[in-house]
Design a protein around this ligand. Structure first.
Ligand SMILES: [Fe+2]
Length: 457
């Protein structure tokens, strides 16, 4: 079927055309004085022309947007393409260097985070992580200083207890018959890998981490050879013949120690959080799609949207109990980082409605103890992307903090960084920072305090 328009290039999916730097951004409301650091967001922003008939949302070149907050001010905004060698050359710049990218000369487009004192742009599927400067310029590809044996992930899980980063990685065609679980130490060097056999070359976007287990999502989206032969840059498709299952890998175990548990056919990009129960089970909350890349091969929203579900995994019986938490469409789930891997009460998500110009809709706070969902409606034609939770300094209660959200306004074709009080989502924003460039619909980001990654001296 010929595609004449590609929804993932329209509206706020469209890339921005240039890089901008701006200082002292206009703010409505009050930026909390204690927020000293950078809000960072990564997403696809194709550099140069792409073919709308084949362009997949997930393969656009990465562009990181950032706002530096300090002293109650929004000191600066920057947006920067993550420099692949191709983009550096097109901009008349020298290549930044790092390990030879081979066929994967690609600027990671999925996540950006601080770790081991440095800023990283990340993507799954094989492209090497890229280190960025504080000001978001590309330092270069960095395989954790020569210790990463292959692919990495956009969704490593930070373990506050050990300071480690845990990732479930895959790459086609490098790893045709297994995934690789990678643990990076707080020194920024890989300290452990485990090869996890799987069939059909599955796309594994994320993982979960509890005190006892790494959770493996082996779900039926797989490489399809006819798409490879046809030259697709994103040859993944719904595969009803691939059994859906989740695996519990003991954190210090090997692949043979995994307990695999079947689940109903589905796809999950993003779990919310996961934890062990007192009786040996594991609870994961997930944004669950009935299918993925079945009828829509250009992006995630054409087959349908995701519901928020709870899976209770029992390794004693190798079964999963599935419960629906909320019927509304949820994506980009986040939680208070203080409860990572431990029981959580609150989740924060972006509402999704692909039929609206803003695509993303309200920002939700889901109280998983009571089932109550509180929404922040960003207003007509406005929608909020992934909400990033920042704990309030000095607080200890889960959920006491702020949500940092990129909000797109289709009425004006502009974006804001909106700061919400996570304990009172129905209230007006604490602050709205007007940005000089749109933040196109994209993926993930972080609050990186200056205490985590220091600004230049
Ligand atoms: Fe993701």
């Amino acid at each position: 079927v010929a595609v004449t328009t590609n929804p993932y290039l329209a509206g706020n999916y469209a890339p921005v055309a240039d890089e901008a730097t701006a200082f002292d951004l206009p703010v409505t409301g009050t930026v909390p004085v204690e927020l000293e650091g950078r809000w960072l967001r990564n997403g696809p922003n194709p550099f140069g022309a792409v073919d709308p008939a084949t362009h997949h949302w997930f393969i656009g070149d990465g562009m990181v947007h950032g706002v530096r907050l300090r002293g109650g001010r929004a000191e600066w905004y920057r947006n920067r393409w993550v420099r692949s060698d191709r983009i550096a050359a097109a901009l008349g710049e020298a290549p930044r260097g790092g390990p030879d990218p081979g066929e994967r000369d690609f600027g990671p487009n999925t996540h950006v985070a601080g770790f081991a004192g440095r800023t990283w742009a990340l993507v799954e599927g094989g492209a090497t992580p890229v280190e960025l400067t504080y000001d978001l310029d590309t330092v270069g590809r960095n395989d954790f200083d020569g210790t990463l044996p292959g692919p990495f992930s956009a969704h490593p899980k930070y373990d506050p207890g050990t300071g480690e980063l845990h990732a479930m990685t895959y790459a086609w065609p490098d790893l045709v018959d297994h995934l690789r679980y990678v643990v990076v130490g707080p020194d920024g060097r890989v300290r452990r890998t485990v090869e996890v056999p799987v069939t059909d070359m599955v796309m594994v976007h994320d993982m979960s981490l509890t005190a006892r287990y790494a959770v493996v999502y082996d779900l039926p989206v797989t490489v399809e050879l006819d798409m490879v032969v046809a030259g697709s840059r994103f040859p993944f498709r719904w595969n009803p013949d691939h059994p859906a299952r989740v695996g519990l890998l003991p954190r210090h175990g090997q692949a043979g120690d995994i307990t695999w548990c079947p689940v109903s056919p589905c796809y999950v990009f993003h779990p919310l959080n996961a934890y062990d129960t007192g009786d040996g089970r594991v609870v994961v909350d997930v944004c669950r799609y009935d299918t993925m890349f079945d009828t829509d091969r250009l992006g995630p929203f054409g087959d349908g949207t995701a519901t928020l579900d709870r899976w209770i995994i029992d390794p004693a019986t190798a079964t999963v109990t599935e419960e629906r938490i909320d019927d509304r469409a949820h994506e980009f789930p986040r939680h208070d980082p203080r409860v990572a891997g431990r029981p959580h009460r609150y989740g924060y998500t972006a509402g999704v409605d692909p039929a609206t110009a803003a695509v993303f809709t309200a920002t939700y706070n889901i109280d998983l103890a009571t089932g109550q969902v509180t929404a922040h409606d960003h207003g007509p034609g406005r929608g909020g992307a992934e909400p990033v939770f920042v704990p309030r300094s000095g607080s200890t209660d889960e959920g006491d903090g702020w949500l940092l959200v990129a909000v797109y306004d289709a009425n004006t074709d502009t974006s804001e960084l909106v700061i919400l009080d996570a304990t009172d989502l129905a209230a007006a924003p604490v602050a709205r920072v007007r940005l000089p460039r749109r933040v196109p619909h994209g993926f993930h980001g972080s609050w990186v305090p200056d205490t985590s990654v220091a600004p230049p001296a």
